[in-house]
Design a protein around this ligand. Structure first.
Ligand code: GRF
Length: 197
């Protein structure tokens, strides 16, 4: 009897172009990442990544945060939509919302994010300009478990790039983003292998 391998189920949350989502879909389609994307969900109706997911025949949903009177109500609606798929992993990919402790604890151990810096350095926003201003010679990206502390969870995998003499935030961000697109699929694969699901 051929062994039926149940691939882990992923739900991807986006807010914008979704370039990290595309790199995950490409890795799956290339047979490099043994997983299934059950849905792509955005908090912004006009997120370009939603159209890309639809063109790839991936189920999509929009939970517009502007339609909710509080962060808690938005997070509850988002959690309800995610739970429809019972995912093994919820992947934040350019998802630009601060999540409530209740949401994070509801998905504890299954929630990951990609942050454009070498955590624990440069948590928060504007990481590339801050790295340049601090005179860093190296910068990069981190995939980490999401905990209630912003950008504070355990790091799963990192990618490093040099900071060049004449770098601007834009040139450095472009170099980091290129590495993110390799890092995220590799980090998800590592998690699947480490947790065996
Ligand atoms: C990326 O720089 C990522 O590090 C951050 O959001 C940015 C946009 O990601 N989390 P994407 O192109 O929408 O995937």
């Amino acid at each position: 009897m051929a062994e039926t391998i149940n691939k882990p189920t992923i739900v991807i949350l986006i807010s914008g172009r979704g370039s990290n989502m595309v790199s995950i879909l490409d890795a799956i389609n290339a047979g490099k990442l043994p997983a299934t994307v059950a849905a792509v969900i955005s908090n912004r109706p006009n997120a370009a990544g939603i159209k890309v997911a639809q063109q790839a025949n991936i189920p999509t949903a929009v939970i517009d945060h502007k339609s909710y009177n509080s962060r808690e109500l938005f997070d509850q609606a988002m959690a309800k939509e995610i739970d429809k798929h019972s995912p093994n992993l919820i992947v934040l990919a350019g998802f630009m919302r601060i999540l409530t402790t209740e949401f994070v604890e509801h998905f504890s151990g299954r929630l990951i994010n990609i942050h454009p810096a070498l955590l624990p350095n440069f948590k928060g926003l504007n990481t590339h300009q801050r790295a340049i201003d601090a005179g860093e010679k190296e910068h990069g990206a981190s995939v980490h478990m999401v905990t209630p502390e912003l950008d504070g969870g355990p790091v799963v995998l990192q990618a490093r790039v040099p900071v060049l003499e004449n770098d601007t935030a834009e040139t450095l961000a472009a170099r980091v983003l290129k590495q993110e697109h390799k890092l995220y699929p590799a980090a998800i694969k590592k998690l699947i292998e480490d947790t065996g699901n």
